[in-house]
Every structure is written in structure tokens, then in C-alpha cells.
Design a binder for this molecule. Structure first.
Ligand code: ADP
Ligand code: MG
Length: 308
């Protein structure tokens, strides 16, 4: 193909096109991007390639301008580009950077499944983690878990049982672990245990109870937040917590806990007493054995961050 401008000029006159078509196509054939593309690909195009691609070139210019002006396009989120296909010109739609970034963010968000958790866990990052002496042990334990898990996700890795007073950052740390794992493609499920227990109780008699419980029970990585924050009925203890722990122990699935109670306190002050005030030490001991199998106790100390 010779000089592309010549070809286009000829095209417009030779065809004796009606003026309406001419009006539509003149800006297209004078468009800088179109000219550049035709010039760069002239050896790949057939002699009548440009002429027969008029509608494609028109579509390209229209859609590109709308895309640049942020107006609704034929393919929202996709950027039009010109390509050569079989010696003809065609418009192809490429996902825009923004769309790719959104998709990446969506995939990331999907990997952190949060059930009744505070919104702030989405923001929790190790980069922002207070690097004070107080939290160092917990931070090191968390990073060790992540390193070991990422090295061999199929091996059993003990999770953490984070204990410490209100506001030291237990929930925040669980969020930071989940987000870090998500950047590497691993999925975690964070559950605010007291709210989940209420949800389970409300689901008694409905047919989706088992399904809801299964999702939590079988999560690749599970984090039970605030265990012991509310009084637990025997039913919740045995049919919800007990069932989850049993399954995770049998299947060696990484499990984390956070609690204002230490392991000892949880066993003797919380799990042991049923709602009628009776003591059930054996049941409590059995549950605690499972928790200990699944997680290592780490005490978090420090000031209450909520007051700042
Ligand atoms: P806990 O679960 O131990 O009661 P939280 O994790 O809810 O404590 O933390 C209390 C508050 O402090 C939250 O608002 C949280 O966003 C903030 N916070 C806790 N730890 C950190 C941290 N390491 N870096 C930044 N903010 C934190
Ligand atoms: Mg918390």
C-alpha cells in the first residue's frame, strides 16, 4: 500500500459517496490515531483493507472519544484499540487499567471473608502495625505463621490464640494476618464468634443452619474473634463451637482465636459453666484440648488503642 493519506483521499472521491457518509468519515480518516495505525500496519493490510474497514474505524473513533471523556461506552471498563485481523482493520476492547485494578481488588476482598466483623479489618496491615515492644511477641508469632503457611500450605500449622485486654489490637492483628495471606492468594474466614452464635441460634429449625456452619467449619483458614465475649449456652458450646473445633482438629485446618480470656480463664470461667449455672468441667476440658491442639496462646499487652 502506498501513502496512506493518498489512499484515503482517493477513497473519498472515487466512491462518490453521499455527503452524509463523507461528513461522518472525514474526521475518521483525518484522525491522528487512525492515520498512525494505518501507516504502521500498511504492509499487513490488503489493498482495500482500509476502505472495507470504514465502519470499524468509525466505531473506534466514536468509542475512543467516549472512553476518553468518561462517557458510557459499548463495553464499559474496556478501552478500544485497533488491530489487524486477516488483512482488515478491527476494533478490539482491552480491559482498562482501572478495570484490572478493580478486579484485583475484588479478588483480594473475596479472599478475606468477614462474618459480622468490624469494617476496620479490611484496612489492617502489618505496615501500620504499632511496632512497640509490647506487641512484638504477637507480631513475631503472626509473621512466623504466615511464613510457614506460605512455604507449605498443605502441612498442618498451628494458629494463634490471641489473648489480652480490650483494645490491645487482637482483632486488628487477625485482620492483618488475613490480608497478608490474601495478597499471596490464600483465603481466610474471620468470624465474630458471639454474633455468629446468635445467628446460629436464630437459624435453629431453618434448613440453612448446617450450610452456614459448614462454611465456617470448612474454611481453609478460620479466625474466631472474641470467643468468650458473651455467655455461651451449652448448645452453642457443644453444637457450634464444639463441632467447628472437632472438624478442624480432625482435618488439621489452621485456626485462630482471639479472646479477652486466657486459655485457662476460658476453660474454667467460661466454657465450664452452663446457662443454668452448673459446672461441666469435663466438657470444658475436652473443648480446651481441641483449642490447644489448634492454636498457641500468645498474650498481647499494651494500652487500649480504642481510647486514642
Ligand atoms: P481488640 O480486638 O484487642 O479489642 P482491636 O483490634 O479492636 O482490639 O483494636 C482497637 C483499636 O485500635 C481499633 O480501632 C484498631 O483499628 C486499632 N488498632 C489496634 N491495633 C492496631 C495497630 N497495630 N495499628 C493500627 N491500629 C490498631
Ligand atoms: Mg476484638
Amino acid at each position: 500500500m502506498e501513502n496512506i493519506r493518498e489512499v484515503l483521499k482517493e477513497l473519498m472521491s472515487k466512491r462518490q459517496l453521499d455527503t452524509k457518509f463523507q461528513d461522518l468519515m472525514t474526521p475518521v480518516y483525518e484522525d491522528a490515531d487512525v492515520l498512525k495505525f494505518c501507516e504502521e500496519h500498511k504492509n499487513e493490510l490488503s489493498t482495500d483493507g482500509v476502505a472495507r474497514s470504514a465502519s470499524k474505524l468509525y466505531e473506534y473513533v466514536q468509542e475512543r472519544d467516549k472512553y476518553n471523556r468518561n462517557e458510557p461506552t459499548l463495553m464499559p471498563g474496556y478501552q478500544p484499540i485497533l488491530i489487524v485481523n486477516n488483512h482488515m482493520i478491527e476494533v478490539s476492547y482491552q480491559p482498562s487499567k482501572k478495570l484490572l485494578a478493580n478486579e484485583k481488588q475484588r479478588a483480594f476482598n473475596m479472599r478475606v471473608k468477614a462474618v459480622n466483623m468490624p469494617k476496620m479489618i479490611r484496612r489492617a496491615r502489618f505496615d501500620d502495625f504499632f511496632p512497640d515492644q509490647d506487641r512484638q511477641t504477637a507480631l513475631t508469632a503472626a509473621l512466623n505463621f504466615i511464613q510457614a503457611y506460605e512455604k507449605d500450605p498443605h502441612q498442618f500449622h498451628k494458629g494463634l490464640y490471641l489473648t489480652g485486654s480490650f483494645g490491645v489490637g487482637k482483632t486488628y492483628l487477625l485482620g492483618a494476618i488475613a490480608n497478608e495471606l490474601a495478597t499471596q492468594g490464600y483465603e481466610s474466614t474471620l468470624v465474630h464468634f458471639p454474633s455468629f452464635a446468635v445467628e446460629m441460634k436464630n437459624a435453629i429449625g431453618e434448613n440453612n443452619l448446617a450450610e452456614k456452619l459448614n462454611l465456617v467449619k470448612k474454611a481453609p483458614i478460620l479466625m474466631l474473634d472474641d470467643v468468650g465475649a458473651d455467655a455461651m449456652s451449652s448448645w452453642v458450646r457443644d453444637e457450634v463451637l464444639g463441632v467447628i473445633l472437632e472438624y478442624r482438629m480432625q482435618n488439621e485446618l489452621p485456626t485462630f482465636f482471639s479472646s479477652n480470656f486466657s486459655m485457662t480463664q476460658l476453660e474454667t470461667e467460661h466454657l465450664q459453666i452452663n446457662q443454668r449455672g452448673e459446672s461441666e468441667p469435663l466438657k470444658a476440658k475436652r473443648l480446651m484440648e481441641r483449642i490447644k491442639f489448634l492454636a498457641t496462646e500468645v498474650t498481647m499487652v499494651g494500652v487500649n488503642r480504642r481510647q486514642k
